[in-house]
Design a protein around this ligand. Structure first.
Ligand code: HMH
Length: 207
């Protein structure tokens, strides 16, 4: 099993995780402002949680994977600065309650520290690949959202996702049947939680 196998096997689920009216709204400019605000604030908290889960992945990474996982960690720290800048610009408070959907996703990723490494790196790859695919579908995006589209469609990010895929591929190759199963389950769970995350932006109420 390879990362590509998973994308093919779960095509419909993957589409539901990476296509959503939210992204269509980013593309056309018809995105309801409350949905965007809710996404921005909750994604900031998601990235804070992802940073912790990725630190666990780094701790488990074999020697050849350390650089890509560590460089990704540093990019997340920069991303938090970037989110804080955008929130400040829009007058959005970041010290809000984390939405249960965001909490569930972060808790799941952090729980993977108890899973075998192939599941950990597959989940990390899937998480980043989901954003690459989602925002690529919204490109170039309406003017107010261009900076967001750019972040997850730029060549450096696509390269990072490709490097994670290589790591996942190397881990899955020699993995046992049980480890492959755990990786497949982690992939499915990431896809479901990505879909739920977009759905969350669509629910009523202010962020
Ligand atoms: C929900 N998935 C979600 N947020 C993100 N920022 C990423 C993936 C990519 O880091």
């Amino acid at each position: 099993m390879s990362p590509q196998t998973l994308l093919v096997r779960y095509r419909a689920l993957w589409d539901s995780a990476t296509r959503h009216p939210f992204l269509e709204g980013v593309r056309t400019g018809a995105l309801p402002e409350p949905a965007f605000r809710r996404w921005l604030v909750q994604d900031y908290h998601f990235v804070r949680g992802l940073l912790t889960s990725q630190a666990y992945v780094l701790a488990a990474a074999p020697r050849p994977d350390q650089r890509v996982v560590a460089s990704g960690l540093l990019a997340l720290v920069d991303e938090l600065d970037w989110f804080e800048g955008h929130a400040r610009e829009r007058g959005l408070a970041l010290d809000v309650q984390v939405h249960p959907t965001c909490r569930e996703y972060v808790d799941f990723l952090q729980s993977l520290r108890h899973a075998p490494y192939p599941a950990q790196i597959t989940a990390l790859w899937a998480c980043e690949r989901a954003y690459l695919d989602a925002w690529t579908g919204a490109a170039p995006g309406a003017e107010p959202y261009r900076d967001f589209v750019r972040r997850w469609t730029q060549p450096a990010f696509a390269q990072y996702v490709a490097s994670l895929e290589s790591c996942a591929s190397r881990a899955l190759g020699p993995a046992s049947a049980a480890e492959q199963e755990a990786a497949e389950e982690a992939f499915r769970r990431v896809a479901e939680l990505e879909r739920a995350f977009w759905e969350m932006t669509w629910e009523g109420g202010e962020p």
